[in-house]
Design a protein around this ligand. Structure first.
Ligand SMILES: Nc1nc2c(ncn2[C@@H]2O[C@H](COP(=O)(O)OP(=O)(O)OP(=O)(O)O)[C@@H](O)[C@H]2O)c(=O)[nH]1
Ligand SMILES: [Mg+2]
Length: 299
């Protein structure tokens, strides 16, 4: 039998906030590259996740959920997601099949009209949907756009994800293996560590607090005893939020540190010691200079 040529390419994952884009990417990669939460607007940057098999290498670009902007940070996030569509061989438009179509999906479909990239409609969260409800929903979405394929999946359970990978393969050109097979992302470890700390805060706070947080790693070094020392700063927008993050007698911050440490030790494969600091940067989500300092540059 003739050996098939190796294929490779870039695939964007776009959709409304909270539909499961990051969950899907992590499921395919088999590792947590992008943080996930039940809060909308969890992902803020374009996150690369590399999937490698014997026949193909797909670089997935997980993007921020496209939403009605509430800040300059929101503008950056939406632009990041939409610009990504032009850089890829194919795009996955993820929707939440358990919620049905909303204004947000229609808005995104509108944006897709100017894009020549093949778009695969991925109907996620089918574990929460009665099978007979799926067909009418497919018909409804079909009217929005001329999709290249339509694939129902459960990103959380991994159902039908292999079918999706096979479908994507049809849209990839022959190409080289860009990354070594054991590399799952090209983000620096510091970025992933900061994100893991932010994820724990998202899990433990509510309302405006999750959106008002930014995390930076100020220092990260291997000590003589082999332990990795990490110093991280959690930025908030208001004094009252600083109190919430620290918690009663430092309890919340301590718990954030405990949960993050476990994930970061898994990521780095070594013991870590972590110092967490909380600082107020007034209204940082609307300050151009601060946004740039925090890594949200122009897209
Ligand atoms: N039941 C179910 N829940 C899912 C599935 N996929 C994702 N979720 C949940 O949906 C929520 C949002 O998941 P994320 O992966 O963070 O969503 P996202 O689209 O990346 O969100 P943003 O980054 O905010 O745009 C989390 O609570 C996930 O556990 C699924 O297939 N089934
Ligand atoms: Mg996400």
């Amino acid at each position: 039998m003739k050996k098939q040529a190796f294929k490779s390419g870039f695939v964007a994952i776009v959709g409304r906030p909270n539909v499961g884009k990051s969950t899907l990417m992590n499921q395919v990669i088999g590792q947590k590259i992008a943080i996930m939460s039940d809060k909308p607007q969890t992902t803020r940057n374009k996150i690369h996740g590399v999937y490698t098999s014997e026949q193909q290498q797909i670089v997935f670009l997980d993007t921020p959920g496209i939403h009605k902007r509430q800040s300059k940070l929101g503008d950056y996030m939406n632009q990041t997601a939409l610009n990504t569509l032009h850089e890829v061989e194919a795009a996955l438009f993820l929707i939440d099949a358990s919620e049905g179509m909303g204004g947000g999906d229609r808005y995104i479909a509108e944006q897709l009209k100017n894009v020549r990239t093949p778009i695969i409609l991925v109907m996620n969260k089918i574990d929460k949907v009665e099978p007979e409800a799926l067909l009418p929903l497919i018909e409804e979405y079909r009217k929005l756009h001329d999709f290249a394929e339509i694939v129902p999946v459960s990103a959380k359970l991994g159902s039908n994800v292999n079918t999706l990978l096979e479908q994507i393969s049809n849209y990839l050109p022959e190409g080289p293996q860009y990354y070594p097979e054991d590399q799952v992302t090209d983000h620096p470890e510091q970025f992933v560590c900061a994100e893991l700390i932010r994820e724990k805060i998202l899990q433990m706070t509510r309302e405006e607090v999750p959106h008002s947080i930014a995390v930076t790693i100020e220092d990260m070094k291997v000590q003589d005893n082999g332990v990795v020392y990490i110093s991280a700063v959690i930025f908030v927008e208001r004094d009252s939020q600083k109190g919430i993050i620290i918690g009663k007698q430092g309890a919340l911050l301590k718990e954030v540190g405990k949960r993050a440490r476990q994930d970061i030790q898994n990521l780095l494969g070594s013991k870590i010691f972590m110092d967490l600091w909380v600082k107020v940067k007034k209204d940082w989500r609307n300050q151009d200079r601060v946004l740039r300092d925090l890594g949200f540059g122009r897209e």
